[in-house]
Design a protein around this ligand. Structure first.
Ligand code: DQA
Length: 146
């Protein structure tokens, strides 16, 4: 089972970025955690991060030819307004699970209360920190990919 995990803009700064919101665990900690959990679940994962919308689209477009069976996407701020990423998810045949570390809907900024990619993803997992990605892995392997 091959799953592609894509993290969007500013997630590379986890650890120092707004620690009162995102905590002090670093992006490297997230990768280490996910590799250990995936090994436990016997899932082959690739983790990528980009601050560029087009690069995120390229990763999604190439996922099928690279034999990925599911995508876990934290599109970060792009989730709130990127119709390009929304269209990109619709354009591919691979299921995409939408993950957010925080629960954007309960944060004060109004722009976070809209998630334009949510309707085209098979599920949204939010507010569970790093564990949300593991929930997404379990969901993709047990429920979506048969
Ligand atoms: C985020 C939530 C977004 O609102 C924000 O722009 C991010 C991270 C999260 O994982 O909680 O960059 O996607």
């Amino acid at each position: 089972m091959r799953i592609l995990i894509i993290n969007g803009p500013n997630l590379n700064l986890l650890g120092t970025r707004e620690p009162e919101v995102y905590g002090t665990d670093t992006y490297a900690d997230l990768e280490t955690f996910l590799r250990a959990e995936a090994k436990e679940l016997n899932i082959d994962i690739t983790i990528r991060q980009s601050n560029y919308e087009g690069a995120i689209l390229d990763l999604m477009h190439h996922a099928a030819s690279e034999r990925y069976e599911g995508i876990i996407l934290n599109a970060a701020a792009y989730s709130h307004y990127s119709y390009a990423i929304r269209d990109g998810i619709k354009a591919i045949s691979i299921p995409v699970v939408n993950v957010h570390l925080t629960d954007p809907a309960s944060r004060p900024e109004a722009f976070r209360h809209t998630d334009v990619i949510k309707p085209v993803c098979v599920a949204t997992i939010k507010g569970k920190g790093f564990v949300g990605y593991v929930d997404a892995l379990r969901l993709l392997t047990k429920e979506v990919i048969r």
